[in-house]
Design a protein around this ligand. Structure first.
Ligand code: IPE
Ligand code: IPE
Ligand code: MG
Length: 245
């Protein structure tokens, strides 16, 4: 209990509205221990659970997590199946514990490529959690930033072709409403653990003015203290959005 209190006291004061995380490093975490990659994904799912609860406790409004990219289908069938199974188990438990955790769920990505069971669970999680206030977790599943932008462009082009819109009517705001993230403010802070310093097709449109934070910690080892450190670093940045200050 003392440790818990100490951690809470150290929590940073200014919490950004929206934090996005690329949950990377599961495979290396497992490899370092001589374990199969799947073992890293399992512990990574636990790390997510902890961070989602912590995010809620510090009053974060939006937490967006990259769980599976449009490029991750390139992995072995065995690994993809293991990840999908973990996601199913996670969602089943999240639905079961919904009233306790009261986290609002949302999904970014084309879920139609996922198993019918997973799609049904995702839909149930969204539907049943709609009522909760507090943190909204946006799960990026079969998500790619370019794919998202292309779909929005196609949707607008289709409106033009149908005579419902004119090309010159397209604004940044209107385009934003055609993305998976419609209605969600842009991320203030994007965190990438695992030592990689790249964006890997994550929130390309939405991150135009996000602050990036990179850390060598592998995702399964990432805990509340690591999130505190990222927020502390964020609070030292001077965001200018192109202005002079
Ligand atoms: C992130 O961890 C999980 C997914 C991409 C699904 P990785 O599996 O990419 O782990 P590393 O990067 O190989 O260590
Ligand atoms: C990004 O990580 C995707 C997720 C964490 C879900 P990757 O491991 O797929 O990215 P790269 O291949 O290192 O760029
Ligand atoms: Mg990786």
């Amino acid at each position: 209990m003392a440790i818990f209190n100490k951690k809470r006291e150290a929590a940073p004061q200014n919490i950004p509205t929206h934090i996005a995380i690329i949950m990377d490093g599961n495979g290396r975490w497992a490899k370092k221990r001589g374990l199969p990659r799947q073992a890293g994904h399992k512990v990574g799912a636990e790390a997510f659970r902890t961070i989602a609860n912590y995010a809620k406790s510090i009053g974060l409004q939006y937490l967006t997590v990259y769980a599976f990219s449009t490029e991750n289908w390139k992995r072995s069938e065995e690994e993809v199946n293991a990840i999908m199974e973990l996601l199913e188990n996670y969602l089943r438990e999240a639905i079961r514990d919904m009233d306790k955790n009261r986290v609002r769920f949302c999904f970014f990505g084309d879920l139609t490529r996922l198993s019918p069971a997973l799609q049904a669970e995702a839909a149930e999680a969204v539907e049943r959690s709609r009522q909760y206030e507090g943190v909204q977790v946006n799960f990026c599943l079969n998500y790619g930033g370019r794919d998202e932008i292309l779909r929005a462009a196609r949707a607008f082009a289709a409106s033009c072709a149908a005579g419902e819109a004119k090309p010159e009517e397209l604004t940044e705001e209107r385009f934003s409403q055609l993305l998976w993230s419609a209605g969600v403010p842009d991320p203030d802070l994007v965190i990438r653990p695992s030592g990689e310093e790249r964006i890997s097709n994550f929130l390309l449109w939405q991150s135009a003015y996000a602050e990036y934070y990179f850390t060598d910690t592998l995702w399964p080892d990432f805990g509340p203290r690591d999130l505190d450190l990222a927020i502390e670093a964020y609070n030292k940045r001077s965001r200018r959005f192109g202005g002079a200050k």
